[in-house]
Design a binder for this molecule. Structure first.
Ligand code: FAD
Ligand code: SF4
Length: 472
Protein backbone atom coordinates (compact mmCIF):
# COMPACT_ATOMS: atom_id res chain seq x y z
CA UNK A 1 0.00 0.00 0.00
CA UNK A 2 3.05 2.29 0.26
CA UNK A 3 2.63 3.47 -3.31
CA UNK A 4 -1.03 4.35 -3.06
CA UNK A 5 -2.40 7.85 -2.62
CA UNK A 6 -5.70 7.44 -0.76
CA UNK A 7 -6.88 11.03 -1.26
CA UNK A 8 -10.61 11.05 -2.13
CA UNK A 9 -10.14 13.97 -4.51
CA UNK A 10 -8.39 14.18 -7.86
CA UNK A 11 -5.43 16.52 -7.96
CA UNK A 12 -7.05 19.76 -9.17
CA UNK A 13 -6.28 20.92 -12.70
CA UNK A 14 -4.45 24.27 -12.62
CA UNK A 15 -6.37 26.85 -14.68
CA UNK A 16 -6.20 30.51 -15.63
CA UNK A 17 -8.38 32.51 -13.23
CA UNK A 18 -11.91 33.19 -14.53
CA UNK A 19 -11.16 36.93 -14.71
CA UNK A 20 -7.96 36.46 -16.73
CA UNK A 21 -9.32 33.90 -19.14
CA UNK A 22 -12.65 35.65 -19.88
CA UNK A 23 -10.73 38.15 -22.02
CA UNK A 24 -8.21 35.92 -23.81
CA UNK A 25 -8.31 32.89 -26.10
CA UNK A 26 -5.45 31.04 -24.41
CA UNK A 27 -5.99 27.57 -22.99
CA UNK A 28 -8.06 27.58 -19.78
CA UNK A 29 -6.63 24.37 -18.27
CA UNK A 30 -2.85 24.44 -17.86
CA UNK A 31 -2.05 20.74 -17.31
CA UNK A 32 -0.38 18.71 -14.55
CA UNK A 33 3.33 19.00 -13.69
CA UNK A 34 5.41 15.76 -13.54
CA UNK A 35 5.15 15.75 -9.75
CA UNK A 36 1.37 16.18 -9.71
CA UNK A 37 0.93 13.56 -12.47
CA UNK A 38 2.88 10.98 -10.43
CA UNK A 39 0.85 11.88 -7.34
CA UNK A 40 -2.42 11.41 -9.26
CA UNK A 41 -1.17 8.14 -10.79
CA UNK A 42 -0.60 6.88 -7.22
CA UNK A 43 -4.39 7.02 -6.72
CA UNK A 44 -4.81 4.13 -9.20
CA UNK A 45 -5.29 0.74 -7.52
CA UNK A 46 -4.21 -1.22 -10.63
CA UNK A 47 -7.43 -3.24 -10.44
CA UNK A 48 -7.21 -6.76 -11.87
CA UNK A 49 -10.64 -6.61 -13.57
CA UNK A 50 -9.95 -3.11 -15.02
CA UNK A 51 -13.52 -1.66 -15.10
CA UNK A 52 -12.13 1.59 -16.52
CA UNK A 53 -10.84 -0.19 -19.66
CA UNK A 54 -14.18 -1.83 -20.43
CA UNK A 55 -15.84 1.62 -20.54
CA UNK A 56 -13.12 3.24 -22.68
CA UNK A 57 -14.51 3.41 -26.27
CA UNK A 58 -11.05 2.64 -27.74
CA UNK A 59 -9.99 0.28 -24.91
CA UNK A 60 -6.85 2.12 -23.79
CA UNK A 61 -4.78 -0.06 -21.39
CA UNK A 62 -5.40 2.39 -18.56
CA UNK A 63 -3.78 0.74 -15.48
CA UNK A 64 -0.73 -0.14 -17.60
CA UNK A 65 -0.08 3.42 -18.77
CA UNK A 66 -0.78 4.79 -15.29
CA UNK A 67 1.76 2.33 -13.80
CA UNK A 68 4.40 3.74 -16.16
CA UNK A 69 3.59 7.27 -14.93
CA UNK A 70 4.10 6.05 -11.33
CA UNK A 71 7.55 4.84 -12.40
CA UNK A 72 8.30 8.19 -14.06
CA UNK A 73 8.59 6.49 -17.48
CA UNK A 74 6.33 8.91 -19.34
CA UNK A 75 7.42 7.87 -22.84
CA UNK A 76 6.52 4.24 -22.10
CA UNK A 77 3.12 5.48 -20.89
CA UNK A 78 2.70 7.36 -24.18
CA UNK A 79 3.58 4.29 -26.24
CA UNK A 80 0.93 2.26 -24.37
CA UNK A 81 -1.78 4.89 -25.00
CA UNK A 82 -0.97 5.27 -28.70
CA UNK A 83 -1.48 1.55 -29.29
CA UNK A 84 -5.21 2.31 -28.87
CA UNK A 85 -5.66 6.06 -29.40
CA UNK A 86 -4.24 8.10 -32.26
CA UNK A 87 -5.05 11.55 -30.83
CA UNK A 88 -4.21 11.39 -27.09
CA UNK A 89 -3.41 15.11 -26.65
CA UNK A 90 -6.84 15.87 -28.13
CA UNK A 91 -8.76 13.21 -26.17
CA UNK A 92 -7.03 14.12 -22.91
CA UNK A 93 -8.52 17.59 -23.35
CA UNK A 94 -12.00 17.16 -24.81
CA UNK A 95 -13.27 13.62 -24.23
CA UNK A 96 -16.13 13.20 -21.73
CA UNK A 97 -14.17 10.83 -19.45
CA UNK A 98 -16.71 11.37 -16.66
CA UNK A 99 -19.25 9.37 -18.69
CA UNK A 100 -16.68 6.88 -20.07
CA UNK A 101 -13.53 5.41 -18.46
CA UNK A 102 -13.74 7.48 -15.25
CA UNK A 103 -17.42 6.57 -14.73
CA UNK A 104 -16.40 2.99 -13.89
CA UNK A 105 -13.24 3.75 -11.87
CA UNK A 106 -13.47 2.07 -8.45
CA UNK A 107 -11.98 5.12 -6.76
CA UNK A 108 -15.14 6.95 -7.84
CA UNK A 109 -17.30 4.78 -5.53
CA UNK A 110 -16.13 6.73 -2.50
CA UNK A 111 -14.70 10.02 -3.71
CA UNK A 112 -13.54 11.14 -7.13
CA UNK A 113 -12.31 8.71 -9.81
CA UNK A 114 -8.66 8.73 -10.89
CA UNK A 115 -8.08 11.68 -13.27
CA UNK A 116 -7.54 9.39 -16.27
CA UNK A 117 -8.17 12.14 -18.83
CA UNK A 118 -5.82 14.56 -17.08
CA UNK A 119 -3.11 11.87 -17.00
CA UNK A 120 -3.64 11.07 -20.69
CA UNK A 121 -3.23 14.76 -21.51
CA UNK A 122 -0.08 14.99 -19.35
CA UNK A 123 1.55 12.01 -21.08
CA UNK A 124 0.72 13.27 -24.60
CA UNK A 125 1.99 16.79 -23.84
CA UNK A 126 5.17 15.36 -22.28
CA UNK A 127 5.83 13.31 -25.41
CA UNK A 128 5.11 16.27 -27.72
CA UNK A 129 7.52 18.47 -25.74
CA UNK A 130 10.41 16.04 -25.28
CA UNK A 131 10.27 13.46 -28.08
CA UNK A 132 10.75 14.77 -31.58
CA UNK A 133 11.47 11.56 -33.39
CA UNK A 134 9.62 11.39 -36.71
CA UNK A 135 7.61 8.22 -37.37
CA UNK A 136 9.03 6.15 -40.22
CA UNK A 137 6.61 5.43 -43.10
CA UNK A 138 6.18 1.65 -43.41
CA UNK A 139 6.88 -0.28 -46.64
CA UNK A 140 4.12 0.43 -49.20
CA UNK A 141 1.65 -2.37 -50.00
CA UNK A 142 0.64 -0.55 -53.26
CA UNK A 143 -3.06 -0.32 -52.34
CA UNK A 144 -4.74 3.10 -52.61
CA UNK A 145 -7.46 4.30 -50.21
CA UNK A 146 -9.31 7.66 -50.26
CA UNK A 147 -10.66 9.28 -47.11
CA UNK A 148 -13.38 11.96 -47.25
CA UNK A 149 -13.03 14.50 -44.44
CA UNK A 150 -10.10 15.29 -42.18
CA UNK A 151 -11.94 15.17 -38.83
CA UNK A 152 -11.10 12.69 -36.04
CA UNK A 153 -12.78 9.74 -37.82
CA UNK A 154 -11.04 10.35 -41.16
CA UNK A 155 -7.65 11.12 -39.60
CA UNK A 156 -7.80 8.00 -37.41
CA UNK A 157 -8.76 5.79 -40.35
CA UNK A 158 -5.98 7.39 -42.44
CA UNK A 159 -3.36 6.91 -39.71
CA UNK A 160 -4.23 3.26 -39.07
CA UNK A 161 -4.14 2.44 -42.80
CA UNK A 162 -0.89 4.36 -43.38
CA UNK A 163 0.76 2.39 -40.55
CA UNK A 164 -0.18 -0.80 -42.43
CA UNK A 165 1.50 0.48 -45.63
CA UNK A 166 -1.52 1.81 -47.54
CA UNK A 167 -1.22 4.77 -49.91
CA UNK A 168 -3.78 7.09 -48.28
CA UNK A 169 -5.13 10.41 -49.58
CA UNK A 170 -7.45 12.52 -47.40
CA UNK A 171 -9.81 14.93 -49.23
CA UNK A 172 -10.95 17.84 -47.06
CA UNK A 173 -13.51 20.50 -48.01
CA UNK A 174 -11.97 23.24 -45.84
CA UNK A 175 -8.53 24.81 -46.26
CA UNK A 176 -7.16 23.05 -43.20
CA UNK A 177 -7.37 19.59 -41.60
CA UNK A 178 -8.90 18.72 -38.22
CA UNK A 179 -12.69 18.93 -38.74
CA UNK A 180 -14.56 20.13 -35.66
CA UNK A 181 -11.28 20.03 -33.72
CA UNK A 182 -10.17 23.14 -35.64
CA UNK A 183 -13.35 24.84 -36.85
CA UNK A 184 -15.64 24.11 -33.88
CA UNK A 185 -13.82 23.59 -30.57
CA UNK A 186 -12.28 26.93 -29.55
CA UNK A 187 -8.59 27.57 -28.97
CA UNK A 188 -9.14 28.07 -25.21
CA UNK A 189 -10.20 24.40 -24.92
CA UNK A 190 -8.06 22.82 -27.62
CA UNK A 191 -5.13 24.80 -29.04
CA UNK A 192 -4.92 24.48 -32.84
CA UNK A 193 -1.16 23.77 -32.58
CA UNK A 194 -1.98 20.40 -30.97
CA UNK A 195 -4.20 19.33 -33.85
CA UNK A 196 -1.62 20.63 -36.36
CA UNK A 197 1.06 18.50 -34.74
CA UNK A 198 -1.14 15.38 -34.91
CA UNK A 199 -1.85 16.06 -38.61
CA UNK A 200 1.87 16.61 -39.33
CA UNK A 201 2.64 13.24 -37.71
CA UNK A 202 0.19 11.58 -40.11
CA UNK A 203 1.81 13.36 -43.07
CA UNK A 204 5.21 12.06 -41.93
CA UNK A 205 3.68 8.57 -42.01
CA UNK A 206 2.98 9.20 -45.70
CA UNK A 207 -0.69 10.34 -45.58
CA UNK A 208 -1.42 12.84 -48.41
CA UNK A 209 -3.76 15.72 -47.65
CA UNK A 210 -5.78 17.46 -50.39
CA UNK A 211 -7.60 20.49 -48.93
CA UNK A 212 -10.29 22.65 -50.60
CA UNK A 213 -11.78 19.55 -52.26
CA UNK A 214 -15.51 19.05 -51.72
CA UNK A 215 -16.47 15.45 -52.46
CA UNK A 216 -19.83 15.56 -54.19
CA UNK A 217 -18.84 18.76 -56.01
CA UNK A 218 -15.14 18.87 -56.96
CA UNK A 219 -15.02 15.07 -57.29
CA UNK A 220 -17.60 12.35 -56.71
CA UNK A 221 -17.13 9.04 -54.88
CA UNK A 222 -17.39 7.23 -58.25
CA UNK A 223 -14.64 9.44 -59.69
CA UNK A 224 -12.38 8.48 -56.77
CA UNK A 225 -12.71 4.82 -57.83
CA UNK A 226 -12.00 5.81 -61.45
CA UNK A 227 -8.80 7.50 -60.19
CA UNK A 228 -7.57 4.15 -58.89
CA UNK A 229 -8.66 4.17 -55.25
CA UNK A 230 -9.76 0.69 -54.20
CA UNK A 231 -11.73 1.69 -51.10
CA UNK A 232 -13.20 4.92 -49.72
CA UNK A 233 -13.93 5.95 -46.12
CA UNK A 234 -16.50 8.73 -45.62
CA UNK A 235 -15.90 10.74 -42.43
CA UNK A 236 -17.66 13.93 -43.49
CA UNK A 237 -19.21 14.70 -40.08
CA UNK A 238 -22.53 16.36 -39.29
CA UNK A 239 -21.97 20.01 -40.09
CA UNK A 240 -25.44 21.06 -41.23
CA UNK A 241 -26.97 23.27 -38.52
CA UNK A 242 -30.54 22.89 -37.30
CA UNK A 243 -32.76 25.92 -36.70
CA UNK A 244 -35.94 26.25 -34.59
CA UNK A 245 -38.16 27.54 -37.42
CA UNK A 246 -39.27 30.58 -35.37
CA UNK A 247 -39.89 34.04 -36.91
CA UNK A 248 -36.81 36.26 -37.22
CA UNK A 249 -34.17 33.55 -37.80
CA UNK A 250 -33.08 35.19 -41.07
CA UNK A 251 -32.37 38.57 -39.44
CA UNK A 252 -28.85 40.00 -39.51
CA UNK A 253 -27.20 39.13 -36.21
CA UNK A 254 -28.54 35.54 -36.09
CA UNK A 255 -25.94 32.79 -36.54
CA UNK A 256 -25.79 29.05 -36.29
CA UNK A 257 -23.20 28.05 -33.66
CA UNK A 258 -21.19 26.36 -36.43
CA UNK A 259 -20.94 29.55 -38.49
CA UNK A 260 -20.16 31.67 -35.42
CA UNK A 261 -17.43 29.32 -34.20
CA UNK A 262 -15.95 28.78 -37.69
CA UNK A 263 -15.67 32.54 -38.21
CA UNK A 264 -13.96 32.88 -34.86
CA UNK A 265 -11.72 29.80 -34.99
CA UNK A 266 -10.73 29.54 -38.64
CA UNK A 267 -11.23 33.07 -39.91
CA UNK A 268 -9.81 34.67 -36.75
CA UNK A 269 -12.70 37.03 -35.98
CA UNK A 270 -10.95 37.78 -32.67
CA UNK A 271 -7.98 39.70 -34.14
CA UNK A 272 -8.06 43.51 -34.39
CA UNK A 273 -9.74 44.55 -37.67
CA UNK A 274 -10.71 40.99 -38.68
CA UNK A 275 -11.76 40.18 -42.25
CA UNK A 276 -14.93 38.64 -40.84
CA UNK A 277 -16.24 40.76 -37.94
CA UNK A 278 -19.05 38.77 -36.32
CA UNK A 279 -20.05 40.94 -33.38
CA UNK A 280 -18.85 43.86 -31.33
CA UNK A 281 -19.99 44.16 -27.73
CA UNK A 282 -23.71 44.10 -27.02
CA UNK A 283 -25.81 41.29 -25.57
CA UNK A 284 -25.65 37.78 -26.97
CA UNK A 285 -28.17 34.94 -26.51
CA UNK A 286 -27.04 31.40 -27.21
CA UNK A 287 -29.99 29.02 -27.63
CA UNK A 288 -29.21 25.46 -26.46
CA UNK A 289 -27.45 23.71 -23.58
CA UNK A 290 -24.85 21.37 -25.11
CA UNK A 291 -21.06 21.60 -25.37
CA UNK A 292 -21.42 23.56 -28.58
CA UNK A 293 -23.62 26.14 -26.84
CA UNK A 294 -21.04 26.51 -24.03
CA UNK A 295 -18.27 27.00 -26.61
CA UNK A 296 -20.27 29.63 -28.50
CA UNK A 297 -21.20 31.49 -25.29
CA UNK A 298 -17.63 31.53 -23.95
CA UNK A 299 -16.32 32.62 -27.37
CA UNK A 300 -18.85 35.49 -27.50
CA UNK A 301 -17.67 36.59 -24.05
CA UNK A 302 -14.04 36.62 -25.21
CA UNK A 303 -15.02 38.57 -28.33
CA UNK A 304 -16.21 41.38 -26.05
CA UNK A 305 -19.93 40.79 -25.42
CA UNK A 306 -21.37 42.85 -22.55
CA UNK A 307 -23.70 40.04 -21.44
CA UNK A 308 -23.98 36.46 -22.67
CA UNK A 309 -27.10 34.38 -21.96
CA UNK A 310 -27.55 30.65 -22.35
CA UNK A 311 -31.24 30.18 -23.13
CA UNK A 312 -32.22 26.59 -22.33
CA UNK A 313 -35.71 25.10 -22.11
CA UNK A 314 -35.07 22.52 -19.36
CA UNK A 315 -33.39 22.93 -15.93
CA UNK A 316 -29.70 22.77 -14.92
CA UNK A 317 -30.18 19.07 -14.04
CA UNK A 318 -30.91 18.16 -17.67
CA UNK A 319 -28.29 20.37 -19.32
CA UNK A 320 -26.39 18.08 -21.75
CA UNK A 321 -23.00 19.88 -21.78
CA UNK A 322 -20.08 18.44 -19.80
CA UNK A 323 -20.17 19.44 -16.12
CA UNK A 324 -16.71 21.00 -16.33
CA UNK A 325 -17.73 23.19 -19.30
CA UNK A 326 -20.87 24.39 -17.49
CA UNK A 327 -18.83 25.17 -14.37
CA UNK A 328 -16.25 27.10 -16.39
CA UNK A 329 -19.00 29.06 -18.16
CA UNK A 330 -20.65 30.00 -14.85
CA UNK A 331 -17.29 31.04 -13.35
CA UNK A 332 -16.65 33.27 -16.36
CA UNK A 333 -19.99 35.06 -15.89
CA UNK A 334 -22.26 33.44 -18.49
CA UNK A 335 -25.88 34.06 -17.43
CA UNK A 336 -28.01 30.88 -17.58
CA UNK A 337 -31.68 31.57 -18.44
CA UNK A 338 -33.07 28.09 -17.84
CA UNK A 339 -36.66 26.87 -18.30
CA UNK A 340 -36.88 29.45 -21.07
CA UNK A 341 -37.79 28.83 -24.70
CA UNK A 342 -37.49 31.36 -27.57
CA UNK A 343 -40.59 31.91 -29.70
CA UNK A 344 -39.45 34.84 -31.89
CA UNK A 345 -36.35 36.86 -32.73
CA UNK A 346 -37.28 40.52 -32.92
CA UNK A 347 -35.45 43.00 -35.14
CA UNK A 348 -35.75 46.66 -36.04
CA UNK A 349 -36.72 45.90 -39.62
CA UNK A 350 -40.05 44.67 -38.23
CA UNK A 351 -42.29 47.62 -39.24
CA UNK A 352 -44.03 47.70 -35.84
CA UNK A 353 -40.91 47.43 -33.77
CA UNK A 354 -38.42 50.14 -34.71
CA UNK A 355 -36.06 49.80 -31.77
CA UNK A 356 -32.45 50.64 -32.59
CA UNK A 357 -29.54 48.25 -32.33
CA UNK A 358 -25.88 49.12 -32.48
CA UNK A 359 -24.80 45.83 -34.01
CA UNK A 360 -27.31 44.78 -36.60
CA UNK A 361 -30.97 44.04 -36.94
CA UNK A 362 -31.62 41.84 -33.93
CA UNK A 363 -32.95 43.74 -30.92
CA UNK A 364 -34.54 41.15 -28.66
CA UNK A 365 -35.38 37.51 -28.13
CA UNK A 366 -39.01 36.88 -27.26
CA UNK A 367 -39.28 33.87 -24.95
CA UNK A 368 -41.78 31.92 -22.89
CA UNK A 369 -41.26 30.38 -19.45
CA UNK A 370 -41.29 26.59 -19.20
CA UNK A 371 -41.87 24.01 -16.48
CA UNK A 372 -40.95 20.33 -16.43
CA UNK A 373 -43.57 17.63 -16.95
CA UNK A 374 -43.41 13.84 -17.15
CA UNK A 375 -40.25 12.11 -18.49
CA UNK A 376 -40.08 11.54 -22.27
CA UNK A 377 -39.00 8.30 -24.04
CA UNK A 378 -35.33 9.03 -23.15
CA UNK A 379 -36.20 9.57 -19.48
CA UNK A 380 -35.70 13.37 -19.55
CA UNK A 381 -38.53 15.43 -18.11
CA UNK A 382 -40.46 17.11 -20.92
CA UNK A 383 -40.50 20.95 -20.94
CA UNK A 384 -44.03 22.43 -21.01
CA UNK A 385 -44.86 26.04 -21.85
CA UNK A 386 -46.39 28.13 -19.03
CA UNK A 387 -49.37 30.01 -20.52
CA UNK A 388 -49.15 33.84 -20.71
CA UNK A 389 -45.50 33.85 -19.65
CA UNK A 390 -43.99 35.73 -22.64
CA UNK A 391 -41.15 38.14 -22.00
CA UNK A 392 -38.26 39.69 -23.96
CA UNK A 393 -34.51 39.58 -23.45
CA UNK A 394 -32.83 42.57 -25.17
CA UNK A 395 -30.05 41.13 -27.37
CA UNK A 396 -27.98 42.16 -30.41
CA UNK A 397 -26.83 38.69 -31.48
CA UNK A 398 -28.56 35.30 -31.36
CA UNK A 399 -26.60 32.08 -31.80
CA UNK A 400 -28.64 28.94 -32.53
CA UNK A 401 -27.03 25.87 -31.02
CA UNK A 402 -29.73 23.21 -31.16
CA UNK A 403 -27.89 20.45 -33.01
CA UNK A 404 -26.57 19.57 -36.44
CA UNK A 405 -27.20 16.87 -39.06
CA UNK A 406 -25.07 15.17 -41.74
CA UNK A 407 -24.87 17.19 -44.97
CA UNK A 408 -26.89 15.46 -47.76
CA UNK A 409 -24.36 16.37 -50.51
CA UNK A 410 -22.48 13.05 -50.63
CA UNK A 411 -25.66 10.97 -50.44
CA UNK A 412 -27.23 12.98 -53.29
CA UNK A 413 -24.21 12.43 -55.57
CA UNK A 414 -23.52 8.75 -54.75
CA UNK A 415 -25.88 6.22 -56.26
CA UNK A 416 -26.87 3.37 -53.94
CA UNK A 417 -25.62 5.03 -50.72
CA UNK A 418 -28.36 4.49 -48.14
CA UNK A 419 -29.04 6.88 -45.27
CA UNK A 420 -31.49 6.80 -42.34
CA UNK A 421 -34.29 9.32 -41.71
CA UNK A 422 -31.85 11.66 -39.93
CA UNK A 423 -29.46 11.66 -42.92
CA UNK A 424 -26.90 9.37 -41.21
CA UNK A 425 -25.16 6.95 -43.58
CA UNK A 426 -26.26 3.37 -42.86
CA UNK A 427 -23.33 1.02 -42.11
CA UNK A 428 -22.83 -2.53 -40.78
CA UNK A 429 -20.69 -3.34 -37.72
CA UNK A 430 -17.51 -3.00 -39.82
CA UNK A 431 -18.45 0.46 -41.10
CA UNK A 432 -19.35 -0.88 -44.57
CA UNK A 433 -22.09 1.13 -46.32
CA UNK A 434 -24.66 -0.14 -48.83
CA UNK A 435 -22.02 0.46 -51.56
CA UNK A 436 -19.25 -2.07 -52.03
CA UNK A 437 -15.81 -0.86 -50.84
CA UNK A 438 -17.33 2.35 -49.42
CA UNK A 439 -17.04 2.64 -45.64
CA UNK A 440 -18.23 5.41 -43.30
CA UNK A 441 -18.00 6.40 -39.65
CA UNK A 442 -18.15 9.20 -37.08
CA UNK A 443 -20.83 11.91 -37.06
CA UNK A 444 -21.68 11.23 -40.75
CA UNK A 445 -23.17 7.94 -39.50
CA UNK A 446 -24.32 8.65 -35.93
CA UNK A 447 -25.17 12.36 -36.15
CA UNK A 448 -23.39 14.75 -33.75
CA UNK A 449 -21.55 12.61 -31.14
CA UNK A 450 -18.04 12.64 -29.63
CA UNK A 451 -14.41 12.75 -30.74
CA UNK A 452 -13.64 9.36 -29.21
CA UNK A 453 -16.62 7.65 -30.86
CA UNK A 454 -15.59 9.13 -34.24
CA UNK A 455 -12.04 7.85 -33.69
CA UNK A 456 -13.35 4.42 -32.70
CA UNK A 457 -15.38 4.25 -35.94
CA UNK A 458 -12.31 5.27 -38.00
CA UNK A 459 -10.34 2.45 -36.37
CA UNK A 460 -12.99 -0.19 -37.03
CA UNK A 461 -13.29 0.85 -40.68
CA UNK A 462 -9.48 0.85 -41.17
CA UNK A 463 -9.37 -2.73 -39.88
CA UNK A 464 -12.24 -3.76 -42.20
CA UNK A 465 -10.71 -2.01 -45.24
CA UNK A 466 -7.43 -3.84 -44.56
CA UNK A 467 -9.25 -7.20 -44.42
CA UNK A 468 -11.20 -6.37 -47.60
CA UNK A 469 -8.18 -5.28 -49.65
CA UNK A 470 -5.99 -8.15 -48.43
CA UNK A 471 -8.62 -10.62 -49.64
CA UNK A 472 -9.57 -9.02 -52.98
P1 FAD B 1 -15.90 16.20 -38.19
O1 FAD B 1 -15.03 16.53 -37.04
O2 FAD B 1 -17.12 17.02 -38.39
O3 FAD B 1 -15.02 16.24 -39.50
C1 FAD B 1 -15.60 16.09 -40.78
C2 FAD B 1 -14.70 16.75 -41.80
O4 FAD B 1 -15.20 16.44 -43.10
C3 FAD B 1 -14.69 18.27 -41.71
O5 FAD B 1 -13.36 18.74 -41.73
C4 FAD B 1 -15.48 18.72 -42.95
O6 FAD B 1 -15.02 19.96 -43.46
C5 FAD B 1 -15.17 17.59 -43.91
N1 FAD B 1 -16.18 17.43 -44.96
C6 FAD B 1 -17.52 17.48 -44.83
N2 FAD B 1 -18.11 17.25 -46.02
C7 FAD B 1 -17.11 17.05 -46.90
C8 FAD B 1 -17.09 16.78 -48.30
N3 FAD B 1 -18.23 16.68 -49.02
N4 FAD B 1 -15.89 16.64 -48.93
C9 FAD B 1 -14.72 16.74 -48.21
N5 FAD B 1 -14.70 17.00 -46.88
C10 FAD B 1 -15.88 17.14 -46.24
N6 FAD B 1 -16.84 16.00 -28.76
C11 FAD B 1 -16.18 15.62 -27.64
O7 FAD B 1 -15.88 14.43 -27.50
N7 FAD B 1 -15.82 16.52 -26.68
C12 FAD B 1 -16.07 17.85 -26.83
O8 FAD B 1 -15.72 18.63 -25.95
C13 FAD B 1 -16.74 18.30 -28.00
N8 FAD B 1 -16.97 19.61 -28.21
C14 FAD B 1 -17.53 20.00 -29.38
C15 FAD B 1 -17.68 21.38 -29.62
C16 FAD B 1 -18.21 21.81 -30.82
C17 FAD B 1 -18.33 23.31 -31.07
C18 FAD B 1 -18.68 20.88 -31.79
C19 FAD B 1 -19.30 21.34 -33.08
C20 FAD B 1 -18.55 19.52 -31.55
C21 FAD B 1 -17.97 19.08 -30.35
N9 FAD B 1 -17.78 17.72 -30.11
C22 FAD B 1 -17.13 17.32 -28.97
C23 FAD B 1 -18.20 16.69 -31.09
C24 FAD B 1 -17.00 16.18 -31.90
O9 FAD B 1 -16.15 17.24 -32.24
C25 FAD B 1 -17.48 15.43 -33.12
O10 FAD B 1 -18.30 14.37 -32.69
C26 FAD B 1 -16.31 14.87 -33.94
O11 FAD B 1 -15.47 15.91 -34.38
C27 FAD B 1 -16.83 14.07 -35.15
O12 FAD B 1 -15.74 13.70 -35.93
P2 FAD B 1 -15.93 13.35 -37.48
O13 FAD B 1 -14.59 12.97 -37.98
O14 FAD B 1 -17.04 12.40 -37.64
O15 FAD B 1 -16.44 14.71 -38.17
FE1 SF4 C 1 -7.02 2.45 -11.70
FE2 SF4 C 1 -9.58 3.28 -11.49
FE3 SF4 C 1 -8.86 1.71 -13.49
FE4 SF4 C 1 -8.92 0.70 -11.00
S1 SF4 C 1 -10.68 1.43 -12.19
S2 SF4 C 1 -7.32 0.40 -12.57
S3 SF4 C 1 -8.29 2.51 -9.85
S4 SF4 C 1 -8.12 3.80 -13.11
Amino acid sequence: MANINMSLQKNPMPTQTPKERASNFEEVALGYSEEVAINEAMRCLNCKNMPCVSSSPVKIHIPEFISKIKEGDFEAAYQIITKSSSLPAVCGRVCPQESQCESKCVRGVKGEPVGIGRLERFVADWHNTFCNEDPKPPKSNQHKVAIVGAGPSGLTCAGDLAKKGYDVTVYEALHTAGGVLVYGIPEFRLPKAIVKKEVETLEKLGVKLETNVVIGKTLTIDELFEMGFEAVFIGSGAGLPNFMGIPGESLKGVYSANEFLTRSNLMKAYVDAPSTPIMKGGNVAVVGGGNVAMDAARTALRLGADNVYIVYRRSMDEIPARKEEVEHAIEEGIDFRILTNPVEIIGYNNPDDKKDSKNGCVTALRCVKMELGEPDARGRRRPIEIPNSEFEIPVDTVIMSIGTSPNPLIKSTTEGLEVNKHGGIIVNEDGLTSRSAVYAGGDAVTGAATVISAMGAGKIAAQAIDEYLKNN
